[in-house]
Design a protein around this ligand. Structure first.
Ligand SMILES: Nc1nc2c(c(=O)[nH]1)N[C@H]1C(S)=C(S)[C@@H](COP(=O)(O)OP(=O)(O)OC[C@H]3O[C@@H](n4cnc5c(N)ncnc54)[C@H](O)[C@@H]3O)O[C@H]1N2
Ligand code: MOO
Length: 397
């Protein structure tokens, strides 16, 4: 597909979002694996299935502080039972509990032989050291069965999932002190533009603070990448060539700015004239002008400068390519109209209100606060408007 006004070129233009993602993934190096302690594995991608070394719970245990007894004895509560001992975590009751008897028990302590139900302290009355009165029947639902969470030998986590905080906790519970992960990709990061300045310095008229470096660097960290910060380069082919040279040892150079139709969009010019371009422009908004190519073998992904555009392209194209993970989406009911674009997938910002997603008022690619204020990117396929009441696919932000 060739747009009016663009020169003919020996590379694809206006590729789909899926094609852009696949092409970027195909330029990245195959990754090795390494084993890391859990304290250093946050954000990395699991390289091997992880099986449980133990069952959890390791024995059948109580979910509450109270007494353990036989449910059948308590169906006509209030009833009085005879206390014959107690079970604490690490100090289980050794004997058998018989009909009409009970033991004191605490959360996480093993059940005793003969017991099958728990009555919590809130519905107990102590009569004396040997007797207790249950105001309600004891519940088998407050017993946690052995292996109810996972069984020894069971594969609980599959290779390829990202290691979030809760998954790292799970790996520890499975009994592992370390975990096999894919090695980190080294991603060099560069902001371009004469007007771009680092935050913390005074801003002259026409300048803008470099928000892209900050947002993209944080997103790369979240993807488990090693970031090589190259800072900022002005709109000059020589300065950009120097930055491209500095990025030489990286697996990918990510740039922002200078890829659209302007006369000073030199990143685009350099890649088209002296690099090898895989595609220029993606059928999406925001983010349409993105360009992918290689410079002396180094994959270079040029994100658009507009702050919303660069972060959205990262989210929907770069992140899945870097992590090998599918985009996580879910479906919600639309509470308002989301307009379609004839030849682009739109990623409109939306807010979730009472389970419905509503359009955020300001959709401009320069309105960076829209990504902070919104709850979701609403995916509107090419040419297919979403009406209020329709089901729509969203990415939660
Ligand atoms: N005639 C046309 N003009 C434009 C088109 C088009 O198709 N025809 N596409 C528009 C779209 S869509 C986008 S997106 C932008 C992308 O342009 P560039 O990638 O060339 O980006 P710049 O022109 O360098 O900057 C755009 C905008 O973003 C601000 N910016 C740049 N870098 C940063 C940064 N690191 N932190 C914060 N803000 C940044 C910059 O100041 C500009 O305001 O092109 C449209 N134009
Ligand atoms: O794609 Mo641009 O990102 O619409 O402004």
């Amino acid at each position: 597909m060739t747009a009016p006004g663009l020169p003919e070129a020996p590379f694809p233009k206006f590729v789909s979002v899926d094609e852009a993602r696949r092409t970027l993934a195909s330029l990245l190096p195959a990754r090795g694996t390494e084993t890391l302690p859990l304290s250093r594995a946050l954000g990395r991608t699991l390289a091997q299935d992880v099986a449980a070394l133990v069952s959890h719970p390791s024995t059948t245990e109580s979910a509450l502080d109270g007494i353990a007894c036989r449910e059948a004895d308590t169906l006509n509560a209030p009833v009085t039972l005879r206390l014959v001992g107690e079970s604490r975590a690490g100090q289980p009751f050794q004997g058998e509990v018989e009909a009409g008897q009970c033991i004191r028990i605490y959360t996480g302590a093993p059940l005793a032989a003969g017991t099958d139900a728990i009555c919590p302290v809130e519905v107990l009355e102590d009569i004396d050291d040997e007797q207790v009165r249950l105001l309600r029947p004891a519940s088998p639902g407050d017993v946690r069965p052995e292996g109810g969470d996972f069984q020894a030998g069971e594969v609980v986590l599959k290779a390829g999932v990202p290691l979030t905080a809760s998954r790292l906790a799970l790996v520890a519970a499975l009994g592992h002190a370390g975990v096999a992960v894919y090695t980190r990709l080294r991603v060099a990061l560069l902001s371009t533009g004469d007007e771009v300045v680092a935050p913390g310095t005074p801003l002259q008229a026409g300048q803008v603070y470099d928000s892209n470096s900050v947002g993209l660097s944080a997103m790369l960290e979240e993807c488990g990448c090693e970031v090589v910060p190259l800072g900022h380069a002005p709109d000059s082919p020589d300065a950009l060539k120097e930055a491209l040279r500095q990025a030489g040892g990286a697996d990918l150079l990510l740039t922002s700015g200078g890829v659209s139709m302007g006369r000073y969009d030199f990143m685009r010019d350099l890649l088209i004239e002296h690099g090898q371009v895989s595609f220029w422009k993606v059928r999406m908004r925001p983010g349409g002008p993105a360009i992918l190519g290689r410079w002396n073998g180094l994959p270079v992904f040029g994100l658009p400068g507009n702050p919303v555009s660069s972060l959205v392209v990262f989210q929907v194209i770069v992140k899945p390519a870097l992590t090998g993970q599918q985009l996580r989406t879910l479906r919600l009911r639309a509470g308002t109209l989301f307009k379609a674009l004839p030849d682009k997938t739109a990623f409109w910002r939306g807010n979730v209100v009472n389970g419905e997603v509503h359009e955020y008022a300001r959709q401009g690619s320069g309105v960076l606060r829209s990504l902070s204020d919104a709850d979701a990117l609403v995916i509107v396929p090419e040419g297919q408007a979403v009406k209020a009441g329709d089901s729509v696919e969203v990415i939660l932000l």
